[in-house]
Structure formats: C-alpha cells, structure tokens
Write a protein that binds this ligand. Structure first.
Ligand SMILES: Nc1ncnc2c1ncn2[C@@H]1O[C@H](COP(=O)(O)OP(=O)(O)OP(=O)(O)O)[C@@H](O)[C@H]1O
Ligand SMILES: [Mg+2]
Length: 247
C-alpha cells in the first residue's frame, strides 16, 4: 500500500460549496471527511456523473503519476502539468513506502494513471517508448492491445489509478483483468479503480466504495446497485426494456 487516505486540509476547503466540483456529493464527502484506502485494491462504483473520474483524477494528480499515461496521452511529448480543481486541494496521506516513492526521483515512481478518455490514444502513442511496453498493439485488436498493455505495465509494485479500464474488454478479457488486478494487489502494489463492470468489482479481496447521491459508502459486491441491476436485467431483460420501448 502506498496511499492510505485522501483528504482536503481545513485551510484548503472552499468557502463556497455551491460551485463544481463541491456540488458533487462524493466530492463534498471527501472534503468533509476524506476517504480511506484500506485494501490493496479499491473500486469506485457508481452511476454516470456520480464523481468517480473527478476523484480518481485528483488522486492520480496527488501521487504525481505519469500524466502521459493519462490526459497528456493526447499530446505526446509535452508533460502535462494541468491540475483539476479538486486536484489542487486534495492531499494524500501516504504509507512510509508511499512517502518514500513520492519524494524520490521520477524514475523510481512506479504505477500509472489510466484515464478513460485517453486510454486508446495511450495504447497508440506509447508502444515501444522505454518504460512502457514493447508489443506492437497496432497488430492487435482493441481489447487484445489493452490486455497486452496492462500485462506489461503492471510489472512493478506501484500505485495504479485507473478509470474504466474495462472499456475495450470482453467478458473473458475482463476476467483476465481481474486476475491481473488481484495479482497486482498481492504483489504489494495498490490499485484505485473506477469501474462500471460488475466483473472487475468482483476482484477477490477488493474493497468497494459505492459513489452516488449519498456520497461514498463501502458496500459488499452483492449489495451493489450495479450488481442488482445486472442480475435483474439478465434474469428478465423485458422488465427493463418495456419501459423504454412502450409508446
Ligand atoms: N470540468 C467540469 N466542469 C463542471 N462540471 C464537471 C466537469 N467535469 C465533470 N463535471 C460534472 O461533475 C459530475 C461528476 O463527473 P465525473 O466525470 O466525475 O463522473 P463519473 O462518475 O466519472 O461518471 P461516468 O461514469 O460517466 O464516467 C458530473 O455531473 C459532471 O457533469
Ligand atoms: Mg468517469
């Protein structure tokens, strides 16, 4: 483990909570109470717009993760120093190991940030770049490319922040990613991952935080709203679809 908590110090709290991102309940809770990381693998699960990306981006920024794996994948070469509004005020409590890594030289920082919107250009731009992966993902399918990238990027026990890494993956590829994440956690790494995938969220031993109108709450996999919806949908798709297709 590298990061044990994310919080906003008293002195950096906003005067006005009526502007974004403080209007997002999950962000408001982090400002008020912070969020703890107690397991090597933590998932943030919640509806569109619940604040998962806002949180994981700020956490990645807080650990100074190589932005090339993140938003700067759009413009290779230029280091991205842009900070998000939450990233400017969010601070991380690190473990002794996390503190050493954060204070150490950039090359000793292990881990990366996979940002949903830029993941694809990342696989296109970074193949063969030292420190990334050797495989030529241009000769692979979209999903194969992602799995190859994950496999080789997950080598070191570092801090990995991911935003919907399942996007390109099939059912079986998601299961493979579960195995990779689990092994990563066992190896001494730490993963914080936003996901819509009930498969990823089922990673053995992972902690799950449900993000929503209520703010943040820890739940068991079987009690996730997402899992409940999938169960009911797979059981009887018509029960959902008739509301959408009825005139
Ligand atoms: N730069 C921004 N300025 C203003 N509002 C924003 C900005 N970025 C996101 N939002 C809003 O903040 C809320 C949380 O967005 P966020 O992207 O964190 O959600 P999310 O949980 O990642 O959703 P999804 O599952 O769709 O990726 C949303 O209501 C969104 O519209
Ligand atoms: Mg998002």
């Amino acid at each position: 483990m590298f990061v044990s908590r994310a919080y906003v110090p008293e002195s950096l709290r906003p005067d006005d909570h009526r502007s974004w991102p403080y209007t997002v309940p999950a962000v408001a809770e982090v400002v008020e109470r912070g969020v703890e990381f107690t397991h090597p693998v933590t998932f943030l699960v919640g509806d569109n717009g619940s604040g998962k990306s806002t949180l994981v981006e700020a956490i990645a920024e807080g650990f100074k993760l190589d932005a090339r794996g993140g938003r700067a994948a759009r413009r290779t070469g230029s280091a991205d120093t842009t900070r998000t509004p939450l990233g400017e005020v969010l601070r991380l409590e690190t473990t002794a190991r996390g503190g050493r890594m954060l204070a150490g030289p950039r090359l000793k920082k292990k881990g990366f940030f996979l940002r949903a919107e830029t993941a694809f250009s990342m696989t296109e731009n970074l193949g063969g770049v030292p420190g990334y992966w050797a495989e030529n993902t241009a000769e692979m399918s979209h999903g194969e490319g992602f799995l190859a990238v994950f496999r080789s990027m997950f080598r070191d026990p570092g801090f990995y922040v991911m935003d919907e890494p399942e996007s390109a993956l099939s059912f079986t590829a998601c299961l493979q990613l579960v195995a990779l994440m689990h092994d990563l956690g066992e190896s001494g790494a730490q993963v914080v991952c936003a996901t819509h995938s009930p498969i990823l969220a089922s990673t053995p031993g992972a902690d799950i935080i449900e993000v929503g109108e209520h703010g943040l709450r820890r739940v068991k996999w079987a009690d996730l709203g997402l899992v409940d919806h999938w169960r009911r949908f797979l059981d009887n798709p018509t029960s959902y679809l008739r509301y959408l297709t009825e005139e």
